[in-house]
Structures are given as C-alpha cells and as structure tokens.
Ligand binder design. Structure first.
Ligand SMILES: [Zn+2]
Ligand SMILES: [Zn+2]
Length: 267
C-alpha cells in the first residue's frame, strides 16, 4: 500500500478523466492521497479545490494554502478564506507554502512575508506545513531563507512538516532533518542527472521519509514527459527501494506509516 503525499488533482489537465485517474490509483494500491489546495491562487474561487476532492473521495485528504508563486496576489479576503477552510475536518496540513527564487514570480520579500504569515496561521490551526523550496540556479539562497524562517517562526510550535519534492543535496537534507522535518521524494529522483537527490534519499532515515508524485508534474521514468498521476508513485518507491535494498512495497508501507503518524491518522 502506498500514499501519494502530494498531488494537484484539481488541475485542468485531469478534467477529461479525473475519475479514471482516481480509479487507477486505487488499482495500483494507493490507499491515500494528500490533495494540495493552492488551486489557481488568491483572488480566485479555487482555494477550496482540495477540500472539494476530499469530500468526494473518502481516501483523499486536503491542504489549504497560498503558493509562493502567487504570494503577491494574496489579500486579506484570501487569508480569511484559508482560515475558514483550515477548520474543515479533512484538512490535515497547510501548504504548499515557502519560497521559490528560481522563477521569482513574486518579489522575494513578499514571498517571505506571506510564508511567515501562513506559518502563523497554520500554528493557530494546529496543522503541520508542506514546504516548497526552490533556490535560484547554482545557489542555496532559498534553502538558507526557508530554513532560517522555519527556525524563527515555526520550530518551537512542535507541529513539524514536510519538505516536499526534495531537490537538494545531502547537506540540505540533514539541515531539514535537524529541524524535525520529513523529507518527501518525487518522480525526479528517477531522472538520470538527479544523483544529488538519490544521494540524499540514501541517507534520510526510513522513518523520516515520504513519497509523492506532485502530479501532474515531474512524471517519473518510464513515464517522464507525460502527465503524472498518483498511480506512478510506485516508481518513486521502487527507486528508493533500489537505493536502500528494499522492495517497492516495503518502501510504500514504511512511508505510509510515516504519513499516518505525522498527520495523526489511524492506520
Ligand atoms: Zn512545490
Ligand atoms: Zn506541488
């Protein structure tokens, strides 16, 4: 049994066959999915997109939050809406939130401000956070800022969280683990050039690890370049298994147990 800890299933590319995507996930042994609720961002009526999916499928959980890409669009009404949605029973985390200095779609100071504000809101809602962190090319800038802001504004609350779609190196994984975070690996761990990610996956303790697809993005080999979907999380488990001397099912079982423990779910 596998849990896909991160997927954007409200994405329009699933409009034509969303029910089949969920059905294929079940057939592939996916027992739960964490649907990420960023939607089209602030100022749209999509901040509840993951909540809606979690109402339709009893094995799907939801997050709420504003992605760093859209931080500059966030207004008071949007924060009010998130606060309200965070109280929904199947919302188990706040995210994805963080910093993206690769695309810089929002000014960095605004990204930092919206990140900190959402950490405060997540703490009030007693929800762990899902972090997105992408530095500019050949830099560690976003890592330095994300880890510093987590230390200053989050760690003391003890709610923890996960660094999603980990793309860093061994040193960065160690820093995240030191802060008490989980590290989640996505389909890019299967890409030939991603040796740094595989090196990190070889040292992250098995009880500190999640797996995810980040669907519809980053489809793993052998589906690379196509639309990603939760059933493909098996490929991520398989790759980690190769690194750790385990079968994909065992990696699935261990990471699913981690997910249930961190989010306080039974089984
Ligand atoms: Zn992300
Ligand atoms: Zn994502």
């Amino acid at each position: 049994m596998f849990i896909d800890s991160h997927a954007h299933l409200e994405n329009k590319c699933f409009d034509g066959d969303r029910a089949e995507v969920f059905a294929r996930a079940r057939e592939a042994g996916i027992k739960a999915i964490l649907a990420i609720g960023n939607g089209d961002g602030p100022g749209t009526d999509t901040l509840d997109c993951a909540v809606k999916l979690s109402r339709r499928y009893e094995w799907v959980y939801a997050t709420v939050g504003i992605h760093p890409h859209e931080a500059n669009l966030a207004k008071r009404d949007d924060f009010d809406r998130l606060e309200q949605l965070a109280g929904e029973p199947r919302v188990i985390a706040w995210g994805e939130i963080g910093l993206d200095y690769f695309y810089d779609h929002s000014p960095r100071e605004v990204q930092q401000h919206v990140f900190v504000r959402q950490m405060e809101m997540a703490r009030a809602a007693k929800l762990p956070i899902v972090i997105h962190c992408r530095p500019s090319r050949d830099s560690e800038n976003a890592w330095d800022d994300v880890l510093r802001l987590i230390r200053e504004h989050w760690s003391s609350g003890g709610l923890g969280g996960v660094l999603h779609c980990f793309t860093g190196n061994v040193a960065q994984a160690s820093r995240a683990l030191d802060l008490g975070f989980m590290v989640s690996f996505a389909g890019n761990i299967t890409f030939p050039k991603a040796k740094n990610i595989r090196d990190a996956a070889a040292i992250v303790p098995l009880d500190r690890m999640f797996i995810e697809t980040d669907s519809p993005y980053l489809a793993p080999v052998p589906h690379r370049g196509k639309r990603n979907e939760p059933a493909f999380v098996r490929e991520v488990a398989h790759q980690i298994g190769v690194l750790r001397g385990l079968c994909a099912e065992e990696v699935g079982r261990l990471t699913a147990a981690n997910f249930s423990r961190i989010f306080g779910l039974s089984g």
